[in-house]
Design a protein around this ligand. Structure first.
Ligand SMILES: [Zn+2]
Length: 76
C-alpha cells in the first residue's frame, strides 16, 4: 500500500518494535510483523496483531509488571 504519511512510497513487508503503555506498565515488543515505508520509516501494524499486543499489555498491567521487553509472538 502507499504510505499515508509521506505519500511518496509503497510500503514493504518488514518488522518493527511496538511500545504499549497500559497504566503503570510498559510493554516493548520486538520483531512485530508490519508494513514499513522505505521512504519515511512509518510502520503499519496489522489490526489483528495490534489487538493481540493490546491484550498482552493488559495482562501485564494486571500482573503488576512495570516494564517488559519481549519478542513477537508474545505469549498471552
Ligand atoms: Zn512514508
Amino acid at each position: 500500500m502507499r504510505c499515508v504519511v509521506c505519500k511518496q512510497a509503497e510500503t514493504v513487508a518488514g518488522a518493527t518494535t511496538v511500545t504499549l503503555q497500559r497504566g503503570e506498565s510498559t510493554l516493548v515488543v520486538k520483531d512485530v510483523p508490519a508494513q514499513v515505508c522505505p521512504n519515511c520509516g512509518e510502520d503499519y501494524v496489522d489490526s489483528e496483531v495490534a489487538a493481540e499486543l493490546m491484550r498482552s499489555s493488559e495482562n501485564l498491567a494486571r500482573a503488576g509488571t512495570q516494564v517488559d521487553v519481549r519478542r513477537y509472538p508474545v505469549a498471552a
